[in-house]
Design a protein around this ligand. Structure first.
Ligand SMILES: CCCCCCC[C@@H](O)CC(=O)SCCNC(=O)CCNC(=O)[C@H](O)C(C)(C)COP(=O)(O)OP(=O)(O)OC[C@H]1O[C@@H](n2cnc3c(N)ncnc32)[C@H](O)[C@@H]1OP(=O)(O)O
Length: 716
């Protein structure tokens, strides 16, 4: 590593007779800088005089460095700079470090205490800096350090004078950094916490020992080096640790509901929680950015008011990233066991993508009090009486990317009176940079809150569509995990109904129930894999009704019917035969290459192209032989080359995939032409079996155990 040196540079360090200033002076001198060691020699309160500076100069010279002492007060800063010019002919680095304390509780603080502290810290820094400024401008080089304090940034009891002066230096830094920018003058602030004359009887002794100024000096030295490009940085450092500190600004809020409303004390009170909400706070670099930000927000306020009219609308921002997508995918049953799911679980996958139902999360607006206030007089809605009744999502714009921020608009369009219960229709629109990407609609079923004489139907409602009466074209089963709800809730729906046994029982359930949206996520994954080429961008719309609760651990059976580009589906729970998702559909842009067939699939969905379909078939056939207690290995060969290996455990029976080992109980041979036939949809795997295009051969053990089972189907 190249040693950072200061040869040819002249540095002034104020208050360098001891503590931090001394450490700075010694370090800079040891790296080649000529140093003016300034110190008035006063005690902590500024009273008295001693020759600390001489001792430091001696120490520097003894080590072969170059330094002169200076005893002027920073209030006469020009004299200190003159010492540098007279002795070394230039000034390059100015470290404003000198300071005093006059700590008193505010009641006892005299005007003199106030003035003295301000004079030394603020005016002193002004005086030295002002005297050096013109040299810096002319030579187009200058490095300035101000010394602030956490007392200024956070306030400190008994230090009102000091806190005020120290924060003043931060503002001074920011302004000078702007003025010095085009002259290569970098102005930065150190916020040190160190053992020094100022802190020696304030800090506990062991801490005092550990807080060596020598641990901060390298930070300051780096910040005044030629190579240091940053400016307007406020760096907090102690105990060999450093961090940047800065102001952030909240999103804030207009102080009224509508642009035409007046601003009143009461309207301020109403908006106050938004005024002080720092959730999406950010740092702004320039005053101009603050103005720009404000103008943008006011414009947005006007635009939204036009869009919203009289509706009681809730707006929010929603941000997500790859971790959110992976967590959600797990919550709706995606698994690495299924290769087709990997693109939803692995952020470095070449086709990494959100599942289509993920974006419903953006529209949930669970934090907003919107359903409750929309209820008719005397009726209420809260987590104790609501159920997710129906869900719709429609993709209007391009399918969103794997991270982003949306602006979400939510409102209740209707509250329907269903007799004993009510249904609130919640519409959401999701925008990105002012373009509408998605629309959603939720029906929130409010148990026991009907009978208020309201309408039973609404033209705003997007209805479910009964599934066709014929046998389903495809069926996919998948067991939900016992922890499915515990996992899904981490995507943002913390309704205790899904985790807390007491809440579940109080709501009339035997135990916590699965989120409706988790079950929906499972089924839409099944549809997408089966008919949508597993491509989320292929989905135009999804609609579903949650007809009965699902318990975590239950097996979801998704039955599908293809009609044009609409895949109707309903979902049952295998354990009790209940239809849990009813009248549902996925509208696709294109129906995938695998056409409708009467194929039922294995317990785990393995729809990775043609291999998955064949695998499902094998699994299905062998499922009939559960009594056969054996594990089979299949080599899958295409044109003589073993491309995959499956393990089939008849007890499960689940087909697992692995790297070919060469050994196998049987070999399934698929020719290239079969693959083309099958993939293009002219043959489905079952037909392929029947026609004998798919040949099963292998060792005797396999043949004996498997052939009787396969014969009836495959007519080998
Ligand atoms: C803003 C932020 C909000 C956040 C909300 C989401 C938070 C989540 O944490 C909540 C959840 O995920 S809850 C879990 C998922 N949902 C469920 O499990 C509900 C399952 N459904 C049921 O139990 C019944 O359908 C049940 C109980 C809902 C209705 O059954 P019944 O009372 O027997 O109704 P029924 O007699 O069949 O019909 C009466 C009228 O209601 C309509 N209806 C029925 N089911 C509906 C449903 N699921 N959604 C909407 N409307 C429904 C019927 O059509 C009928 O009306 P009409 O006579 O006009 O046709």
């Amino acid at each position: 590593m190249v040693e950072l040196r200061f040869d040819g540079r002249v540095a002034v360090v104020t208050g360098a007779g001891g503590g931090l200033g001394k450490a700075y002076a010694l370090l800079l001198a040891s790296r080649g800088a000529k140093v003016v060691v300034n110190d008035l020699g006063g005690a902590r309160d500024g009273v008295g005089k001693s020759n600390f500076a001489d001792d430091v100069v001696k120490e520097i010279r003894d080590k072969g460095g170059v330094a002169v002492a200076d005893y002027n007060s920073v209030v006469e800063g020009e004299k200190i700079i003159k010492t540098a010019i007279d002795n070394f002919g230039r000034i390059d680095i100015l470290i404003n470090n000198a300071g005093i304390l006059r700590d008193k509780s505010f009641l006892k603080l005299s005007e003199q205490d106030w003035d003295l502290v301000h004079t030394v810290h603020l005016k002193g820094a002004y005086k030295t800096t002002h005297a050096a400024w013109d040299y810096f401008r002319k030579q187009k080089f200058g490095r300035i350090i101000m010394t602030a304090s956490n007392s200024g940034i956070f306030g400190n009891f008994g230090q009102s004078n000091y806190s005020a002066a120290k924060l003043g230096l931060v503002g001074f830094t920011y302004a000078l950094a702007l003025e010095g920018a085009k002259y290569n003058i970098k102005v930065n602030t150190i916020v040190p916490t160190a053992a020094s004359r100022l802190t020696e009887d304030i800090l506990p002794p062991d801490m005092f020992q550990a807080m060596k100024p020598e641990l901060i000096a390298p930070v300051v030295a780096y910040m005044v080096h030629d190579s240091f490009e940053d400016t307007a940085q406020v760096i907090d450092s102690t105990l060999g640790y450093a961090t940047k500190t800065y102001f952030v600004r909240g999103v804030g809020s207009p102080l009224k509901k509508k642009p035409s409303d007046p601003v009143t004390i009461e309207s301020v009170q109403q908006q106050w929680s938004k005024v002080v909400d720092m959730k999406d706070a950010k740092h702004l670099d320039k005053m101009a950015e603050v103005t720009f930000d404000l103008v943008e927000r006011l414009q947005e306020f006007e635009d939204r008011a036009k869009l919203d009219g009289d509706k009681n609308v809730y707006w929010k921002n929603y941000s997500y990233d790859s971790k959110d997508l992976c967590l959600y995918a797990l919550g709706v049953g995606a698994s690495v066991v299924n290769p087709a799911d990997l693109k939803f679980l692995y952020e470095s996958h070449e086709n990494f993508s959100a599942l289509p139902t993920f974006f419903i999360l953006a529209a949930m607006c669970m934090e907003a009090p919107i359903v409750g206030p929309a209820m008719p007089p005397g009726k209420y809605a809260d987590f104790t009486n609501i159920l997710h009744g129906e869900q719709y999502i429609e993709y209007v714009g391009d399918f969103p990317g794997t991270e982003g921020t949306f602006q979400v608009r939510c409102y209740v369009s209707d509250v329907l009176d269903k007799g004993s219960s009510a249904v609130a229709i919640v519409n959401s629109e999701i925008y990105q940079d002012k373009s509408l990407l998605l629309r959603t609609q939720q029906h929130i079923f409010v148990v026991g809150q009907g009978g208020f004489g309201g309408p039973r139907k609404s033209t705003n409602a997007i209805d479910v569509v009964p599934v066709p009466k014929r046998t389903p074209d495809s069926v996919v089963e998948q067991r939900t995990a016992d922890d499915q709800a515990a996992l899904y809730r981490l995507s943002g729906d913390y309704n205790p109904l899904h985790i807390d046994p007491n809440v579940a029982v109080a709501s009339g359930h035997s135990k916590p129930i699965l989120h409706g949206l988790s079950s929906l996520g499972f089924s839409v994954r099944h549809v997408l894999a089966k008919y949508g080429d597993n491509n989320p961008g292929n989905v135009k719309a999804v609609k579903a009704r949650f007809a009965k609760p699902v318990l975590p651990g239950h097996t979801l059976v998704t039955e599908m019917w293809v009609e044009g580009k609409r895949v109707h589906f309903q979902t049952k729970t295998k354990e009790n035969g209940n239809v849990v998702i009813a009248g549902a559909y996925v509208d696709l842009k294109n129906v995938g290459s695998v056409q409708a067939s009467n194929v039922s699939s294995s317990e785990n969905l393995k729809s990775d192209g043609i291999f998955a379909r064949i695998k499902e078939e094998v699994s299905k056939n062998v499922e009939k032989a559960k009594s056969v207690n054996a594990v089979f290995l299949y080599n899958i060969t295409v044109n003589g080359k073993t491309v995959k290996q499956w393990t089939l455990d008849l007890k499960t029976p689940v087909v697992n995939e692995g790297e070919p080992t060469g050994k196998a109980d049987t070999t399934i041979t698929v020719s290239d032409s079969d693959m083309v036939d099958i993939a293009s949809g002219s043959l489905n795997p079952q037909v392929a079996f029947m026609k004998g295009k798919l040949k099963i051969a292998g060792n005797i053990m396999m043949a004996q155990k498997l052939q009787p089972l396969l014969k009836s189907e495959a007519k080998l």
